[in-house]
Design a protein around this ligand. Structure first.
Ligand SMILES: [Zn+2]
Length: 299
């Protein structure tokens, strides 16, 4: 049994963290700049963001490596730093979790692996083999840096999810989690339904499957409800955005307050998710409210 399974069994659910981008922008990251570079240039600011979530009650934190695959780094001129950026991301998260550890032991570190940003064959030029190799390189560095879990997220294309899982498995024995973003009436941008996800990924023995980002709390609750109806035992992940985004002037603002996320946390647990956190627009204040919402709930 992995440590993640042991803790899930013991507690019934685990609180995840929230968005990273918003916090880094508030700390001075320029819009459009690659956040992963800060793992090397401003590690203390990444640690501060993790600390905010750990203090809010997060028991699993995601590394600052969402765009740390070779496809996205190439566009930033950072491909040569792939290993250093991902290793540092995992090291910073692990060190911060160790320093913040209380009586329950330290929070687990999940190595974030986001999408390539490219279209896979036959729609685009990215081959399965190239994608698999690229994700393997990222997974190896996250493992080396001290991650406890490899966390594939915000995916839309099942072929890309499979390439990332197979790449991860090739270089690492860590448990693998995969979540897709459902933002088009219960489907991903590539048209994938929750049922298709469970069917396509069923053979991989993933530690958990689920949804992140997307189109507000109502839509992700429906996705989790459907997944639970189709599979009664698989651990499910939910990381919802803080409501829906609207532009106010030049700023993208999410309408979900911490109170909205507190109620959402209770509902999503009831619907069957056991790894529960937030995505875009969520901050430590949202995660703290979610921790309060889940306090005293037993599963
Ligand atoms: Zn998001």
């Amino acid at each position: 049994m992995t440590e993640l399974q042991r803790r899930l069994r013991e507690r019934g659910f685990l609180l995840l963290d929230g968005g990273m981008g918003t916090l880094l922008m508030a700390a001075g990251l320029e819009a459009g700049a690659p956040p992963e570079r800060w793992n090397l240039t401003h590690p203390e600011r990444i640690a501060d963001a993790h600390r905010g979530y750990l203090e809010a009650g997060s028991r699993v934190i995601l590394t600052n490596s969402f765009g740390g695959n070779p496809f996205r780094l190439r566009g930033r001129g950072l491909e040569g730093d792939l290993t250093a950026l991902n290793e540092a991301a995992a090291r910073i998260a692990r060190k911060t979790a160790e320093e913040a550890a209380g009586g329950e032991g330290r929070a687990l570190v999940a190595g974030s692996m986001g999408p390539s940003g490219e279209l896979m064959e036959p729609l685009g030029a990215l081959t399965f083999e190239t994608a698999r190799e690229g994700f393997a390189a990222q997974a190896a560095a996250l493992t080396e840096g001290g991650a406890d879990i490899l966390w594939i997220e915000t995916m839309a294309d099942l072929r890309e999810v499979r390439a990332a899982i197979e790449g991860a498995r090739e270089v690492s024995e860590l448990p693998v989690v995969a979540t897709l973003s459902f933002d088009a009436g219960g489907r991903t941008m590539m048209g994938v339904t929750p049922g298709q996800v469970l069917e396509a990924l069923g053979g991989y023995e993933l530690a958990a499957v689920g949804a992140n980002c997307g189109n507000g709390t109502g839509e992700i609750e429906e996705v989790i409800r459907r997944m639970r109806a189709l599979n009664p035992s698989l651990p499910l992940v939910s990381k919802s955005n803080a409501g829906k985004p609207t532009w106010i002037g030049a700023e993208l603002v999410y309408d979900g307050t911490p109170e909205v996320m507190r109620e959402h946390a209770r509902r999503i647990l009831e619907l069957g998710a056991s790894l529960i956190g937030g995505c875009c627009g969520t901050t430590p204040a949202h995660i703290r409210a979610m921790a309060e919402g889940l306090r005293g709930v037993t599963t």
